[in-house]
Structures are given as structure tokens and as C-alpha cells.
Design a protein around this ligand. Structure first.
Ligand SMILES: *[C@@H]1O[C@H](CO)[C@@H](O)[C@H](O)[C@H]1NC(C)=O
Ligand SMILES: *[C@@H]1O[C@H](CO)[C@@H](O)[C@H](O)[C@H]1NC(C)=O
Ligand SMILES: *[C@@H]1O[C@H](CO)[C@@H](O)[C@H](O)[C@H]1NC(C)=O
Ligand SMILES: *[C@@H]1O[C@H](CO)[C@@H](O)[C@H](O)[C@H]1NC(C)=O
Ligand SMILES: *[C@@H]1O[C@H](CO)[C@@H](O)[C@H](O)[C@H]1NC(C)=O
Ligand SMILES: *[C@@H]1O[C@H](CO)[C@@H](O)[C@H](O)[C@H]1NC(C)=O
Ligand SMILES: *[C@@H]1O[C@H](CO)[C@@H](O)[C@H](O)[C@H]1NC(C)=O
Ligand SMILES: *[C@@H]1O[C@H](CO)[C@@H](O)[C@H](O)[C@H]1NC(C)=O
Length: 279
């Protein structure tokens, strides 16, 4: 084997071992056994089915699904830059997949790149949860990894504050930062039912939980039930989808708007309403 062939062979081997492209590693299911199982044809199963069916049949403007049916509480969160259609499709797919991947579990979390879906018999609305978390790292090294990591942490820290202050409908922020002529792009998001402090804590907690895993690398994606973040050296997110038209039903409600802060950060100040009211 020549040098080139060997290099190629080793690269292929590395690709087998290492998540270079994040997309291949979703969906990732977390079936929680602590809560026990439901039986087929139980009320719990019927309620879970009707909750997930209602998610599948609903489009929401800001990518946050929340409902309770009987004992079952469910939450769905789409990545902030996804359109209503993509979000709905991701939630619909997850609603099918979660039952297939975690059959008979009373609690489960399913991570896709574009959305997170979870349900439980516990109250989960407004609770900050960083576990079970799921980190995915791109372990391609960076020339000045220490500087890169420091800059990345500062960027995520900055975005954490922006996302946390996003309001009751969408807690999401993206931004970039340049180090040694390369740009780091990052995205930070919490479920909007968290308050500002909880969102901040969630991202901080998740960051420290996955720190070792994402130590060396040009990219990483970390998911938790209540928050997530991702960074790459390419721009992997889109501008925010268009804000919905102003609602005629209530003029006292502040409208979401796009505020572009310095150093390329984008955040929104959404209105205070529940999902059923906001579209
Ligand atoms: C729950 O169901 C799953 C899948 O059917 C099974 O693997 C698991 O052992 C069950 N757990 C309990 C506590 O019965
Ligand atoms: C529930 O039903 C499904 C599909 O009918 C079956 O595959 C599964 O084994 C059943 N689970 C239990 C715990 O009986
Ligand atoms: C949902 O699943 C369909 C069929 O597998 C796929 O074509 C589509 O891209 C999925 N949607 C999302 C948002 O991933
Ligand atoms: C939801 O997903 C199912 C199965 O993947 C698919 O058959 C159905 O068309 C989807 N519905 C919508 C509204 O996308
Ligand atoms: C990445 O590079 C740094 C120093 O440049 C080194 O300490 C570290 O071990 C490298 N990591 C990997 C996974 O190769
Ligand atoms: C608008 O919202 C305010 C505060 O929630 C409420 O008092 C008022 O009745 C609402 N107006 C309409 C037209 O719904
Ligand atoms: C979400 O569901 C919980 C439980 O039913 C409820 O207390 C909460 O008000 C809901 N929030 C929204 C935004 O719909
Ligand atoms: C959310 O909106 C629906 C429909 O307007 C209403 O029935 C429900 O009580 C609201 N929930 C909360 C927590 O405001």
C-alpha cells in the first residue's frame, strides 16, 4: 500500500470510529427505565398516543410543543432556525420513532438534529433538565486548539446569556467569532418554558458535562432535554424564519422581532403567550 492509499485507508477507518458528520448519529433515543413501563392497551398508552397524535397534527409558529393528556406530559422543541414545516415534520417523525425506539417506556427522550421530543408521567414543564445528555464531537484537530477552545467557550458563554433572556416563546441565539482566520459558529437554545436563570444554568451544566468529550475538535453538538448547543467552523444554521404576522386578537402582546446585536449575534424577543395562542 502506498502512502496515499494508506492515508486514505486510515481516514476511512477514522471516519468509521469518529462522528465526522453529525447527521448520521441521529436519531438518538434515551429510554428512561427508572419510571417503569406501561402495558399495551393501558390508559397510559392511549394517552401517550393521543398526545403524540396531537403533536403530529399541529403546526406551531415558534417550534415549541407542550401538552398533557391524562398522566402523560410531552414537550417538543425544534431548532430555532427551522421553518414551521420542517419543525412539524421533525416532530411528526419523532412522534412515530419515539414509540418504536422506546416501546412501553413511561418516559423517553428522542434527539434529532432539528428537534427534541420527550414525554413522561412526571411533570416536565418548566423543569430544567440536563440529563440524559448526548454529546457528539467532531474530533478533527485544530492548529491552535487551546485558543480555539477558549474562544469557543467565550462565544457559547455569551450566547448563553442571549438565549436565556429570549423570553417565553423562544430562547435561542446564534453567533460567530473568529480565531486565527477561522470562524467558529455556534448555536445555543433552551426550551422556552425555562426561566432565564434556568436556561443559563442548563447550558452551563450541559457545557461542563460534555467538556471532556468536546475538548479537542472543530465541531460539537450537545443535547439535553431542556437545552442544547452546537458549534462548527462552518455556518450550519439559517437566519431565523420569518416572524408570523401580527395577531389581530391582542394588541397588548409584544410582537417577536429580530434584534441583531454586535459580533453577528441574533436573538429574538418573543411574545408571552402559550403555543395555542400564538399562531
Ligand atoms: C420495559 O420494557 C422494555 C422494553 O419492552 C424492557 O426492555 C424493560 O426491561 C422493561 N422494564 C421493566 C422495568 O419492566
Ligand atoms: C406491545 O405491542 C407491541 C406491538 O403490538 C409488541 O411488539 C410488544 O411486544 C408489546 N409489548 C408488551 C410489553 O407486551
Ligand atoms: C421525516 O421523515 C421523512 C421520511 O423518512 C423524511 O423525508 C424527512 O426529511 C423527515 N423530516 C425531517 C425534518 O427530518
Ligand atoms: C408523519 O409521519 C408519518 C410516518 O413517517 C407519515 O406517513 C405522515 O405523512 C407524516 N405526516 C405529516 C403531516 O407529515
Ligand atoms: C489536538 O492537538 C492538541 C495540541 O495541539 C493535542 O494536545 C491534542 O492531544 C490533540 N487532540 C487530538 C484528539 O488529537
Ligand atoms: C389582551 O390581553 C390582555 C392581557 O392578557 C387582556 O386583558 C385583554 O382582554 C386581551 N384583549 C383581547 C382583545 O383579547
Ligand atoms: C404546558 O403544559 C403544562 C402542563 O399542562 C401547563 O402547565 C403549561 O401552562 C403549558 N404551557 C404552555 C406554554 O402551553
Ligand atoms: C393556552 O391557550 C389555550 C387556548 O387559548 C387555553 O385554553 C389554555 O388555558 C392556555 N394555557 C395557559 C397555560 O395559558
Amino acid at each position: 500500500m502506498g502512502y496515499l492509499e494508506l492515508t486514505f485507508f486510515l481516514s476511512c477507518l477514522l471516519i468509521q470510529l469518529v462522528p465526522f458528520t453529525v447527521a448520521q448519529f441521529f436519531p438518538k433515543e434515551e429510554c428512561i427505565s427508572d419510571r417503569g413501563n406501561y402495558t399495551n392497551d393501558s390508559t397510559y398508552q392511549a394517552d401517550l398516543n393521543s398526545l403524540l397524535t396531537s403533536f403530529s397534527n399541529t403546526q406551531v409558529e415558534y417550534g415549541f410543543y407542550n401538552a398533557s393528556v391524562g398522566e402523560v406530559n410531552g414537550i417538543g422543541l425544534c431548532r430555532g432556525d427551522r421553518t414551521v414545516d420542517t419543525c412539524h415534520s421533525c416532530i411528526n417523525n419523532s412522534s412515530q420513532d419515539i414509540r418504536r425506539l422506546c416501546p412501553n417506556y413511561k418516559e423517553a427522550v428522542l434527539y434529532y438534529d432539528f428537534c427534541t421530543l420527550r414525554y413522561s408521567d412526571r411533570p416536565i414543564f418548566g423543569t430544567e433538565e440536563t440529563s440524559p445528555y448526548y454529546p457528539l464531537g467532531n474530533t478533527q484537530n485544530f492548529s491552535d486548539i487551546e485558543r480555539f477552545t477558549q474562544q469557543r467557550d467565550e462565544l457559547i458563554h455569551d450566547l448563553r446569556g442571549k438565549a436565556a433572556s429570549g423570553g417565553a416563546l423562544r430562547k435561542y441565539a446564534t453567533g460567530d467569532s473568529t480565531v486565527n482566520l477561522e470562524t467558529i459558529y455556534a448555536l445555543v437554545q433552551c426550551t422556552p418554558d425555562l426561566d432565564e436563570q434556568e436556561c443559563d444554568d442548563c447550558i452551563a451544566g450541559l457545557s461542563s458535562q460534555v467538556a471532556d468529550f468536546l475538548k479537542y475538535g472543530r465541531g460539537g453538538n450537545a443535547k439535553a432535554p431542556s437545552c442544547n448547543f452546537r458549534f462548527e467552523t462552518y455556518r450550519f444554521y439559517d437566519p431565523l424564519p420569518d416572524a408570523p404576522p401580527p395577531s389581530p386578537t391582542n394588541s397588548s402582546r409584544p410582537l417577536p422581532n429580530d434584534a441583531t446585536a454586535g459580533d453577528g449575534m441574533h436573538l429574538i424577543h418573543p411574545c408571552f403567550q402559550n403555543i395555542t395562542d400564538c399562531f
